[in-house]
Design a protein. Structure first.
Length: 172
């Protein structure tokens, strides 16, 4: 089980840093930008951009803060569970990570749909407000794909280390 502690730290440290250094700040900046556009923007285009920026900005702020600040507690709970019963704790964490990894496909489809809908609104409508919404959706599609791209790649080595930890030792 020696590679597991390093894999745990690498996985959760990456999750915490991504949340606090990227997701949370982008969320805050997006919400502030959207609020500024609502306050100052007089055009339909500005309002169209502003609404998704406020909504997604607030959502990203909550998610970034939640993930970033809960991570140290998750690591402590995992360490305590492993100290009590390593086999059960690793099995439970393996099952959790399998659920996490099953969700990447639907997440990618959702981000792609954001992009396709956004492009459709931008190029398939003539109203400024819907074109603004479209551009904002394309922006957040890219952000979501980027965040989840890094997150997905971080999960696989961790899941493999968990599986290796519960695999029976090779016969001698």
């Amino acid at each position: 089980m020696s590679p597991l502690p390093a894999a745990v730290l690498q996985y959760f440290e990456g999750e915490k840093l991504e949340a606090l250094i990227f997701i949370l700040p982008i969320g805050l900046l997006s919400a502030v930008f959207g609020a500024w556009l609502l306050a100052e923007g007089r055009s339909g285009f500005a309002r169209g951009v502003a609404i998704p920026f406020v909504g997604m900005g607030l959502l990203m702020t909550v998610i970034g803060a939640t993930v970033g600040f809960r991570t140290p507690g998750q690591v402590r709970r995992l360490e305590q569970a492993w100290a009590r019963d390593a086999t059960s704790a690793v099995a439970a964490e393996t099952a959790r990570m399998e659920r996490v990894n099953r969700n990447w496909g639907p997440y990618l489809v959702a981000w792609a749909a954001f992009g396709v809908v956004g492009l459709g609104l931008r190029f398939g409508t003539s109203r400024d407000v819907t074109q603004g919404v479209g551009i904002a959706l394309v922006f957040f599609s890219g952000v979501g794909l980027l965040v989840d791209g890094f997150a997905e790649r971080r999960t696989y080595p961790y899941a493999e280390a968990l599986k290796a930890a519960i695999a029976p030792p090779p016969a001698s």
